[in-house]
Design a protein around this ligand. Structure first.
Ligand code: AMP
Ligand code: MG
Length: 430
């Protein structure tokens, strides 16, 4: 990695030394957020959300003593001293299926056929698997030959062996995983108290921006930020609300923002470049509060943060790559904070760079990257053409390669920090 030399101090607005660092900007933004209030939801709808209660089990798991195998329930003491050379014979008295209560206790010296999950009859303390038993029908009825001594508790699941009634199975603050849904279902829960999902309202601004379905005029572009930011918001765990597109006029922006309803976060895209944010700025100066920042990052340098009434507002740049990077750096941790998740920081792994990357301008460079696993080694390359705003490169990427502020050039073959996208799992990297 080639580090930058010391720089001359300067007071210019565009001087990186005068800008907010990514971490300072994130800390200021996050100070405006805290976990939202809890709601009661059906178990499946709570997947990925954070528990707002400690949960005790009202029952034992398993609720009763049962067989771990298909086989014969018997008393271990009765099988001594069976050996392959001199097996012991047991009469089989009945059968217990899963879901059936035994109709009688086990008579001494006999066995009962039993299925996995069926309750053990009174008097039995072991189960010998079918595979280990020789069965034969005689005129005397069903009989089995046991050729070794069974151990007490062999193939028996004790009541409460997994969970004891009254025990706390999970504490508040835990995110609900599919397997936790299974445990909660096992103790009889169908609903849980969880921190509710934040509502994130998204507004695109720009006289040139139009939605799909409308003919594209000679100087117009499609609104890609609106749907992309809504998709990211959903992936980050929020419930997106699309407010559509506002023309670059105060009245249009005010009207669209007034439709944001009970949003927990407002996100705008476009018009945050210096001198260019006046309309949104005017709306927010009157109806709320707004700060315009220059953040030491690339892309995504211009950023606005404020509030409309009491609702926080994040103003992202219009360039789609910049909007994606800035929303990942600032919107994602805000959403995760509102969700009550403990891990708010990005998912960083180290990977070997397969091409050198230049970093002019003394800013943290988030390069759209493609990470993969090659012979047990994580390797990363820049996605697409690397040109700012290239949507195709953004769509191909599964991570951001992070080139630090003080690094002028990251070299080919060196290890760098890589921020994985939300849906990039190790399995996908293979
Ligand atoms: P701005 O931040 O408004 O100066 O916009 C920067 C660039 O992003 C311009 O080329 C805009 O046309 C483009 N842009 C702004 N909003 C959107 C949007 N919603 N979807 C796609 N591109 C946009
Ligand atoms: Mg604009």
């Amino acid at each position: 990695m080639i580090r930058r030399g010391p720089r001359q101090a300067s007071q210019s607005w565009d001087d990186p030394q005068m800008m907010l660092s990514v971490d300072e900007a994130r800390a200021r933004i996050l100070s405006a957020f805290s976990p939202l209030q809890p709601v009661t939801l059906p178990l499946l709808d709570a997947l990925g959300l954070v528990l707002a209660e400690d949960i005790q089990s009202p029952i034992n798991i398993p609720p009763f003593r049962n067989s771990a195998m298909d086989g014969f329930a018997l008393r271990a003491g009765d099988t001594v001293p069976a050996t392959p050379a001199s097996p012991l014979t047991f009469a089989v008295r009945g059968e217990i299926a899963a879901g059936q209560a035994p109709s009688s206790a086990l008579a001494p010296g006999t066995a009962m056929r039993i299925m996995t999950g069926a309750p053990l009859p009174q008097g039995a303390d072991a189960v010998v698997r079918f595979e280990e038993v020789i069965e034969h029908d005689t005129t005397m009825g069903d009989r089995i030959l046991i050729s070794r001594a069974a151990r007490v508790a062999e193939n028996v699941r004790e009541a409460g062996e997994d969970v004891v009634a009254g025990m706390t199975v999970v504490t508040a603050g835990t995110a609900i995983s599919p397997m936790l849904v299974g445990l909660l279902a096992a103790i009889g829960r169908s609903t849980v108290r969880v921190v509710r999902r934040p509502i994130v309202a998204i507004l695109s601004t720009g006289d040139e921006v139009v939605d799909a379905g409308v003919d594209l005029g000679p100087a117009q572009i499609r609104n890609s930020n609106g749907p992309m930011l809504a998709a990211l918001a959903r992936q980050f765990g929020a419930e997106p609300r699309q407010l559509g597109i506002a023309l670059d006029s105060e009245a249009a922006i005010r009207e669209r923002l007034s439709a944001s309803g009970e949003a927990d976060l407002l996100v705008t895209s476009g018009g945050v470049s210096v001198g260019d944010f006046d309309v949104v700025k005017q709306v927010l100066q009157r109806d709320g509060r707004i700060d315009l920042w220059q953040v030491r990052m690339k892309p995504g340098k211009p950023l606005a943060f404020g509030s409309l009434g009491t609702t926080p507002l994040l103003g992202l740049p219009g360039n789609p790559a910049a909007a994606a990077v800035a929303f990942s750096q600032f919107g994602r941790p805000a959403i995760r904070t509102m969700l009550g998740l403990s891990r708010v920081a990005p998912r960083i792994v180290r990977a070997r760079l397969d091409t050198a990357i230049e970093n002019r301008g003394n800013r943290r460079h988030f390069v759209r990257g493609v990470i993969r696993i090659e012979q047990n080694d994580r390797v990363v390359r820049p996605a697409g053409s690397g040109k700012g705003g290239a949507l195709s490169g953004l769509a191909e990427a599964n991570c951001f390669i992070i080139v630090p502020e003080d690094c002028e050039r990251a070299l080919s073959d060196e290890c760098v920090d890589v921020e994985l996208f939300e849906d990039t799992s190790l399995e996908q990297l293979g």
